[in-house]
Design a protein around this ligand. Structure first.
Ligand code: BGC
Length: 737
């Protein structure tokens, strides 16, 4: 045990010794602030030691006053812990987490979280309910916006980076936030992509797909975890002892605390697991949930459960010690107050630069026919900017932006306008921009204004369409069954298409959309997610080629909603589809007979491939891969291979390639995914430049839960592919002996 650890433990023991049962239970109770007010009731609860943590109070003087009451007026002077959903920025907003994931850049994610921590901690927040590391393979689920994609390896690397960013080098520094890996576990698999719904995840899949990013967050130091709302195979997460105690603490050695989700302890009664809140408090605390967020079940019932002998006080002590450990590590006892000065009204330029960089790197170029992009103000001196998301400071920010400031936003319209004005200043031809909203919102069905968009399109040299989903269509409790563009947006696109003017579609959305119906109607397509405060400058610079797109999809894009779940790391099946077996229903002859011989695993009414695969993204240049080598060709189960490949920028512009390494274990004691991402790297390359990229792949990275669920690395052949997306076809192999 380190000295620091043992000093903390001594302090915890001393404190526990002085605490009454009521004091202890108070530490396990989390309530909400009163939005910038210190109400009598709140002051009373804090003074009486009935509350250990607060959420949703971000007014600095109020936080300090509540903290003063806790420190000076409560019996033991234990400081409060103030939490907030700081999800993708605080005042300055970064792209939604799914967008950040598209940058495939852990360091970017770390720096973004650091920036958010600096802003939030200025207001007295020292705990964020992030990162959300749920793996989501069903983008109907609104919370896909908050997740880090469909892949456990990518999400794990990014989750770890986000934890490091929030928590900083030293958790005790006043600008560090305690991170919270959520929602443990399985929430991303909510059936039908409907929020709060039940999940049914077989243990092997839980361990191979859903748990690894949590483990990565823990290994990066995440000092709190949050349970999930979902009922996992009959045992809601907030009552799930296997998860909270068996896996998290006994297998993984977690020593921080677990907080429930909002009222998820009393909701155990709604699930039908507990008869009343008292039983819910007993079940959750026994399962390993330390803090009750907003449920009041612990506050109201733990004392009685101890008195009745249904819960040992030693269990309460354990729960309290976990909370105190985090408070001590945060340095709250030494520095309970927020001494920051200055306001967040105007974030420092470095924060806007951060938001710009993150937005720029998160955008994915999905189509670019005839090199329409980048635009040049000389060739395209008249630009029609059309759509309900072109000039919406708030809608470009996305979900979970309680503290975000839309007045800081620079919209695509503003930035394109500025760029065109600058071009005219350069003395070429005056650049002109015409803006037509076209639809009131992304959901509007009213087509009255479509003719005006058609006029603008006819007038222009190129149309930039800003469509997609406004913020409210994704996020918690905001799920959809149809992922095509909502409202009359498809009709709008078709009408503009008929003018013959080239069209760039910029999609701003909280999830992958099913764009099969429109992808052929546009010449270029940029997926921008909800890019945040600096959406406009980032998009304008990408459109005009000041910078080149470098994002890659962290999640598969289906052709149509009915293909969901569709993800690259699926298992093979006994009858995989192939060009030889696939027949679209339009090609079936009249009276075709039905037989299953030779049939394969696909839908009749759409192709079996996705519209855009995981890892995909174009840029303004092209890359070639050659000379894939794996050495040595045989390794023991504790060995490492070096995978190297030469990548060349074969185009005429500089660009960034995201080099991706996939493997498959083709024959194993349990069937394995057709591909698994095991490494990735952003590689900047000048035109014509070649570089050898090397990955170290340990045999241990190939471990999977075997037939008995214990992790195994099995002897046998491993296939390796390296390339620019999950379809990479440059292949090599090695053998584990
Ligand atoms: C969400 C959590 C969030 C909490 C506090 C819940 O509804 O599921 O992710 O951290 O609220 O705002």
């Amino acid at each position: 045990m380190t000295e620091e650890r043992s000093a903390v433990d001594v302090r915890i023991r001393e404190l526990l010794h002085q605490m009454t049962l009521t004091d202890k239970i108070g530490q396990l109770n989390q309530i909400m602030g009163a939005e910038g007010r210190v109400t009598e009731e709140l002051a009373h609860q804090v003074r009486s030691g009935l509350v250990g943590s607060l959420l949703n109070e971000v007014d600095r003087p109020t936080v300090n006053e509540l903290q003063r009451i806790a420190v000076e007026e409560s019996r033991l002077g234990i400081p409060l812990l103030v939490g907030r959903d700081v999800i993708h920025g605080f005042r300055t907003i970064l792209p939604i987490p799914l967008g950040q994931a598209a940058a495939w850049d852990p360091d970017l994610v770390r720096r973004g979280a650091r920036m958010a921590a600096r802003e939030a901690s200025q207001q007295g927040v020292r705990w964020t309910f992030a990162p959300m590391v749920d793996i989501c393979r069903d983008p109907r689920w609104g919370r896909v916006a908050e997740c880090l994609g469909e892949d456990p390896h990518l999400a794990g690397k990014l989750a770890a980076a986000m934890v490091r960013g929030f928590q900083g080098e030293d958790l005790a520094r006043p600008d560090s936030l305690a991170a919270c890996a959520k929602h443990f576990a399985g929430y991303g698999a909510s059936e039908a992509g409907r929020d709060y719904n039940s999940t049914n995840i077989p243990e092997r899949e839980l361990r191979s797909v859903h748990l690894p990013p949590f483990r990565a967050a823990l290994q990066a130091g995440a000092c709190t975890f949050m349970t999930s709302f979902c009922d996992l195979d009959g045992i809601p997460a907030s009552a799930n002892r296997v998860l909270m105690t068996g896996i998290l603490r006994e297998e993984w050695g977690f020593d921080g605390f677990v907080v429930s989700d909002w009222e998820s302890i009393p909701q155990l009664c709604v699930h039908g697991l507990c008869a009343d809140p008292r039983e819910a408090a007993r079940t959750a605390s026994r399962a390993g949930v330390d803090v009750d967020m907003m449920g009041r079940a612990y506050l109201n019932h733990l004392a009685d459960l101890v008195a009745a002998g249904e819960l040992h006080e030693a269990q309460i002590d354990l729960m309290v010690s976990r909370v105190l450990r985090v408070k001590l590590r945060l340095g709250l006892f030494e520095h309970p107050y927020t001494e920051a000065e200055g306001s967040l009204e105007e974030p420092p330029p470095a924060h806007l630069d951060m938001a710009y960089e993150a937005a720029a790197k998160s955008v994915v170029l999905l189509k670019n026919d005839h090199g329409l992009l980048p635009l040049s103000p000389e060739r395209s001196s008249r630009i029609a900017v059309i759509g309900p998301l072109a000039r919406e400071p708030r809608e470009q920010l996305g979900t979970w932006i309680f503290d975000g400031d839309p007045s800081l936003s620079i919209t695509p319209l503003e930035a394109i306008g500025a760029r065109m004005a600058a071009a005219s200043g350069g003395g070429v031809r005056p650049g002109e921009v015409r803006y037509v909203r076209g639809l009131d919102t992304t959901r509007s069905r009213d087509r009255t204004d479509i003719p005006a968009t058609v006029d603008a399109a006819r007038w222009s040299d190129v149309v930039v369409l800003c469509l997609g989903e406004e913020s409210v269509l994704s996020g918690e409790g905001h799920c959809r069954t149809d992922l095509s563009l909502p409202g009359a947006q498809e009709a709008l696109i078709r009408a503009i298409r008929e003018t013959g003017t080239p069209v760039v579609l910029v999609v701003l959305a909280g999830r992958p959309l099913a764009l099969d119906g429109v992808v052929d109607q546009v010449d270029a397509l940029l997926m921008a997610w909800h890019p945040g405060t600096m959406a406009g400058p980032a998009l304008a610079d990408l459109l005009f080629g000041e910078i080149a797109p470098s994002g890659r999809l962290p999640i598969t894009f289906p052709r149509v909603t009915g293909q969901i779940p569709i993800y690259y790391g699926h298992r093979m099946t006994g009858r995989p589809p192939s060009p030889e077996t696939f027949v679209h229903m339009d090609d079936l002859p009249r009276g075709a007979s039905q037989h299953s011989a030779g049939a394969a695993s696909y839908h009749l009414d759409t192709h079996y491939t996705p519209l855009f695969p995981f890892g995909f993204g174009l840029t303004y240049t092209s890359f070639a891969y050659r000379d894939l080598r794996v050495t040595p060709s045989r390794i023991p189960p504790d060995g490492t291979v070096e995978v190297s490949v030469e990548v060349e920028n074969t185009g005429e512009r500089a660009g960034v390639e995201v080099v991706q390494l996939y493997i498959r274990d083709p024959v194993a004691s349990v069937t394995r995914p057709v591909r698994e991402l095991k490494g990735f790297r952003r590689v900047p390359l000048e035109a014509g430049e070649r570089r050898t990229v090397t990955f170290a792949l340990q045999a241990a990275d190939l471990a999977f839960p075997g037939q008995d669920m214990a992790p195994v690395v099995e002897a046998g052949l491993i296939q390796v592919w390296v390339g620019g997306d999950s379809r990479a076809n440059l292949e090599a192999q090695f053998e584990v002996i």
